[in-house]
Design a protein around this ligand. Structure first.
Ligand code: NAD
Length: 259
């Protein structure tokens, strides 16, 4: 379906990004992986993806560094002569009360979860406009729509991603390039698993209560969204049925914000 298209997925060495990269690969896209990981793991992932019959490449760009983001886009364009799909997925979390939230933690979360999306979109837009076709997909969060306590930087960043998505969609509306966001509820990945103990401390409850009440308790379906569900949504947004979908927020939250 997406045969020989070139897709960059930021933060794709783990969790949701990796599931997205694999689903795009199984739809025929050549894949650029990015993210933090040991070289052995990267080699394994590259092998798994190229075994699907597509090209797989890894670029180590640090998403908190604008120069590295621009260089990544330039490298991919130089190698392939096109960039069809950009999935802005890299993200980090920090859990602390606002008065205890360090400047460093705020700056890091904003840089990786929000500013990187801007820098990557800015660099890829001239390429996609010139092609007359492109798909920009931003992995925001249900925390782009609603807040949770102790996640000030993350919630601010994800609300910002939704504003940026809509603005870019309008600017590119007549160019053949769409820009959409996905808003998953909780997905059980390292990002969520690593915040359970800090959330328990910040709220003064047990880790089991975090799992049952804070995570699953917010989702009326009583289950996590899966990383593969998000990957399938990305493939849908790249497909023909989504040609006229732009500026949208695809909520995948088990009913979280319906209540
Ligand atoms: P994860 O921790 O499994 O993956 C995060 C990825 O980002 C990893 O590949 C990591 O190496 C990469 N990354 C982190 N810092 C980076 C940096 N400086 N430069 C480049 N890459 C970097 O987490 P995940 O849950 O798969 O999260 C992926 C995205 O999905 C994030 O944007 C997150 O906010 C969003 N999201 C997650 C959930 C959830 O419940 N897990 C829900 C909604 C949205």
């Amino acid at each position: 379906m997406l045969d020989s298209k070139v897709a960059i997925v930021t933060g794709s060495t783990s969790g949701i990004g990796l599931a997205i990269a694999k689903q795009l690969a199984s739809s025929g896209c050549h894949i650029v992986l990015n993210g933090l990981a040991e070289s052995e793991k990267i080699d394994t992932l590259l092998r798994e993806i190229s075994d699907m019959g597509v090209n797989a490449q890894y670029i180590s760009a640090d998403m908190s560094k604008p120069d590295e983001i621009e260089a990544m886009i330039a490298d991919v364009y130089q190698k392939h002569g096109r960039i069809d799909v950009l999935v802005n997925n890299a993200g980090v979390q920090h859990v602390a009360a606002v008065e205890e939230f360090s400047r460093e933690a705020w700056d890091k979360v904003i840089a990786i979860n929000l500013s990187s999306v801007f820098h990557a979109i800015k660099a890829v837009t001239p390429i996609m406009k010139q092609q007359g076709w492109g798909r920009i997909i931003n992995v925001a969060s249900i925390h782009g729509k609603v807040a949770s306590p102790y996640k000030s930087a993350y919630v601010a960043a994800k609300h910002g991603v939704l504003g940026l998505t809509k603005t870019v969609a309008l600017e590119l509306a007549t160019t053949g390039v769409t820009c959409n966001a996905i808003c998953p509820g909780y997905v059980l990945t390292p990002l969520v698993e690593n915040q359970i103990s800090d959330t328990a401390k910040a709220r003064g409850i047990s880790e089991q209560q975090v799992m049952d009440d804070v995570l699953l308790g917010t989702q009326p379906t009583g289950r996590f969204t899966s990383a593969d569900d998000v990957g399938a949504m990305v493939v849908f947004l790249c497909g023909a049925a989504a040609n006229n979908i732009t500026g949208s927020e695809q909520v995948m939250d088990g009913g979280y914000i319906s209540g």
